[in-house]
Ligand binder design. Sequence first.
Ligand SMILES: *[C@@H]1O[C@H](CO)[C@@H](O)[C@H](O)[C@H]1NC(C)=O
Ligand SMILES: *[C@@H]1O[C@H](CO)[C@@H](O)[C@H](O)[C@H]1NC(C)=O
Ligand SMILES: *[C@@H]1O[C@H](CO)[C@@H](O)[C@H](O)[C@H]1NC(C)=O
Ligand SMILES: *[C@@H]1O[C@H](CO)[C@@H](O)[C@H](O)[C@H]1NC(C)=O
Ligand SMILES: *[C@@H]1O[C@H](CO)[C@@H](O)[C@H](O)[C@H]1NC(C)=O
Ligand SMILES: *[C@@H]1O[C@H](CO)[C@@H](O)[C@H](O)[C@H]1NC(C)=O
Ligand SMILES: *[C@@H]1O[C@H](CO)[C@@H](O)[C@H](O)[C@H]1NC(C)=O
Ligand SMILES: *[C@@H]1O[C@H](CO)[C@@H](O)[C@H](O)[C@H]1NC(C)=O
Ligand SMILES: *[C@@H]1O[C@H](CO)[C@@H](O)[C@H](O)[C@H]1NC(C)=O
Ligand SMILES: *[C@@H]1O[C@H](CO)[C@@H](O)[C@H](O)[C@H]1NC(C)=O
Ligand SMILES: *[C@@H]1O[C@H](CO)[C@@H](O)[C@H](O)[C@H]1NC(C)=O
Length: 800
Amino acid sequence: MAVSAFLWFLFFFFFFFFFFFFFFFFFFFFFFFFFVIFVDGQCLDDQKKLLLEFKSELVHNSSTSHSFVNWNETGDCCIWGGVGCDNSGRVTDLNLNDEGISGVIGESSSLFRLTYLSNLDLAFNDFTTSEIPNQFHRLPNLAYLGLSYSGFVGPFPSTLANLTALVRLHLSSNFLTGSIPSFHTCKNLKFIDLSHNKLVGSLCHLHFLSLTNLTRLDLSYNSLNGTIPRHLFALPSLDDLDLSNNRFSGKIEEFTITNNTNLRQLDLSSNRIGGHIPNFFFQNPNMYILRLSDNLFNGSFQLNKIRSLTSLSELALSNNNLSVETTNMSLSSGGYPYLSTLHLSSCNLYDFPNLENLSLLHTLDLSNNHLRGDIPGWIWETAKAYLNLSFNLLTGLQKPKYVAGIPNSGDFAIFLGNNRLTGAIPSFICDASPFGVLDLSFNNLSGSIPPCLINKSFVSEVLNLRGNKISGVIPDRFSIECGLQTFDVSNNSLVGKVPKSLENCKSLVVVNVGNNNLEGSFPCMLPLSLRILLLRSNRFHGGLGCRKSWPNLQILDISSNNFSGSVKLLKFERNDAMESYKWIEVKLVKIWPDFTAIDLSSNHFRGEIPDAIGNLTSLYLLNLSHNSLTDAIPRSFGALTELGSLDLSSNKLTGRIPDELAKLTFLSVLNLSYNHLTGMIPTGPQFQTFSADSFRRNTRLCGFPLDRSCNSPHVPVPTPSEPKDEEIEWGYVFAASGYVVGIGIVAWTLLCCRRWRERYFGKIEEVVDKIFYERGRRRRHERRVRRREERRNGLRRHHH
Ligand SMILES: *[C@@H]1O[C@H](CO)[C@@H](O)[C@H](O)[C@H]1NC(C)=O
Ligand SMILES: *[C@@H]1O[C@H](CO)[C@@H](O)[C@H](O)[C@H]1NC(C)=O
Ligand SMILES: *[C@@H]1O[C@H](CO)[C@@H](O)[C@H](O)[C@H]1NC(C)=O
Ligand SMILES: *[C@@H]1O[C@H](CO)[C@@H](O)[C@H](O)[C@H]1NC(C)=O
Ligand SMILES: *[C@@H]1O[C@H](CO)[C@@H](O)[C@H](O)[C@H]1NC(C)=O
Ligand SMILES: *[C@@H]1O[C@H](CO)[C@@H](O)[C@H](O)[C@H]1NC(C)=O
Ligand SMILES: *[C@@H]1O[C@H](CO)[C@@H](O)[C@H](O)[C@H]1NC(C)=O
Ligand SMILES: *[C@@H]1O[C@H](CO)[C@@H](O)[C@H](O)[C@H]1NC(C)=O
Ligand SMILES: *[C@@H]1O[C@H](CO)[C@@H](O)[C@H](O)[C@H]1NC(C)=O
Ligand SMILES: *[C@@H]1O[C@H](CO)[C@@H](O)[C@H](O)[C@H]1NC(C)=O
Ligand SMILES: *[C@@H]1O[C@H](CO)[C@@H](O)[C@H](O)[C@H]1NC(C)=O
């Protein structure tokens, strides 16, 4: 019985299914033909003429254009691609989004004679360096205007404010300057996106006043200033207000919004808004995203104010001047079921807010507070994508409640650096694997590195254990699937060698093992992806000879080791077979144009400085001091136009200082002291700024800034101290004797931005820090943008 009933059910189900399917199918076709044949009128001749004129005014790329390229004399212009007409054959729609169009739309363009235009979309084209014509008032029916991402410059076209029919205005991501006109007469406006321009000025009491249908206003990433007019928060339909990344200042006065506010997304971050956070932000129970980070909001803030915001998904209060109080914050039984992102960095927190059981929370930033004691166990089940507890006073980690497998996304970034974590790295941390980022730097961790941390391709991107008291060897357990990009165990007490299995990590970009007690020869097995290699202050020895080169290497710091041999820079030529390398000593050609920093100081290198260094024209730091380098300073140094810091001190360099060195206008640190240089110190504007200290203990140097004048007929004789130096240095060279000199390798490129160079002369570690930071920030930013897009799309779907 049951079976036949089921079959009957299936039969009827499919019957009705197909019935409805065909019904809709025919309905659709009927509608389509009706629309095309009866509704769309035949194109009027003058309209066609105007369109063709418009086309001829502009340039287009025929390989990216799909519609515009096909406009021609033939056919009904109302069925041309991108064109729509009303039933009298007048052009109402022009959709030329991303059509490879360039050129200039002139003030007298025929576009402005298509007076029935209602929708105009020219976004994602290339009008670079032309202005938006100020003629749009001639298109009184315009409801949609899309000019985003099109390279427009110049002042904001003020006549747009005369378009009273306007509903959607998209001008984002151009280079528009000037101030925004008041749109208060355009009562139909629903969407305004002027973000990512260079708009200035302030918003007055008229701006956007009583636009009762406005649902989205995005003015982010401009340079707008002044106080934010309060009525913006009270626009009855406004759902999404983004004023972030501007220069808004002043306070937002408390006021009572009489009619219900629909504001669900409010982003005021990265402005200079001060005073208390007004209470009316917490009035709408539907508030979904509230971002107030990076402002000057002050006073104390009771976190339980968000109690009424039961739909809240994201709250960001970081980096203000707030004291956030978490007492009385009860989250029991799902107080904030949708909370997914909480940013409370620099909020003067003394206690962990109770976020247990927030099942959707994935991003939690409590860095830079005064949190003490243990990191609670629930944290492992809560923040599942991003957890930042760095810069607090935390001393320990509690075990997670559910030890067996802490679920995470695999992209989990966890930052616990700059705390006071003590004792060994707990092995239960391995249960939370895999991580994207694990940062335990600058704590007081001791013991050895738990092998599980390494042998499970545990961390996919960054493992940072810098600045602890970790001892023992680095486990040689990197697996073949290792995806690590940054490996930093510097400033610990590690011994032994750089593990050979690190070669399995084919994506390694940064390796920092500096300031340990590591030994062995140069780690030749490191993969080709390497960009930054820091081995400083260890006990590495031997020459720089390897059977391969690192085409991407940018920063090399191997200072304060026992390396020896020649500094000759070699380039390898690659054979057809990828694996085998041929050793050819050639001059460095300019194939590494962005080289940034080389520090080979305090080793036992000998021989001459290779001329080829002059080809590394982006070098900003070169430290070859405290070696036994001989011969003259190469003239090719004159080509190092970006060089900011040059230290060749404590070597055995001879000859004159090349005049070319005096031409390096960017040079701000120079040390040539403790050498055997002779002759006159060259003159040049930059050289006048160096003191005698830069040239000390070169007994036969003369001229400014030394006291010794070059006019003296007697060549100064070496002082007795000179040979003493030499003896000391020969003492060093002892360690290097017997080593085969001549196979050196160093090939590297540099990616660092100029920005960093200016700040970090001589401080390679800080450059690396900067890279960490920038990478982390970029990651976080990308994630945020991605999430935001997703959310927007979600919302859009929701609206439709
Ligand atoms: C046209 O677009 C294609 C694809 O984007 C591009 O490769 C080509 O250089 C462009 N041509 C011109 C003239 O800009
Ligand atoms: C004119 O446009 C039509 C499509 O609209 C196209 O098929 C035809 O090749 C074009 N003619 C010329 C001469 O470009
Ligand atoms: C635009 O509107 C303003 C008043 O809002 C008016 O003064 C101006 O003349 C109008 N401009 C044009 C071109 O219509
Ligand atoms: C607001 O939109 C509604 C429908 O979306 C429309 O009926 C009304 O006229 C609009 N109000 C204004 C002031 O444009
Ligand atoms: C908060 O900032 C305002 C000005 O923005 C200032 O007048 C007020 O004194 C500050 N309050 C505190 C507690 O710092
Ligand atoms: C933050 O507030 C304190 C007083 O609460 C004040 O001393 C300090 O100057 C403020 N900082 C900023 C950047 O406004
Ligand atoms: C916490 O709640 C209690 C009673 O519910 C109240 O007396 C106390 O003032 C509250 N504390 C804060 C800081 O709000
Ligand atoms: C979290 O949930 C568990 C079980 O569902 C419950 O025992 C515990 O009290 C909750 N904690 C909080 C702070 O609500
Ligand atoms: C660091 O840890 C050691 C024990 O491992 C302890 O004696 C010392 O007090 C700790 N230092 C700090 C600053 O916590
Ligand atoms: C130059 O280097 C020597 C040692 O090599 C050092 O003693 C001296 O302080 C340095 N001078 C300057 C100006 O940095
Ligand atoms: C070069 O390296 C030496 C020792 O490694 C260091 O003392 C010196 O400060 C460095 N020079 C510069 C300019 O940073």
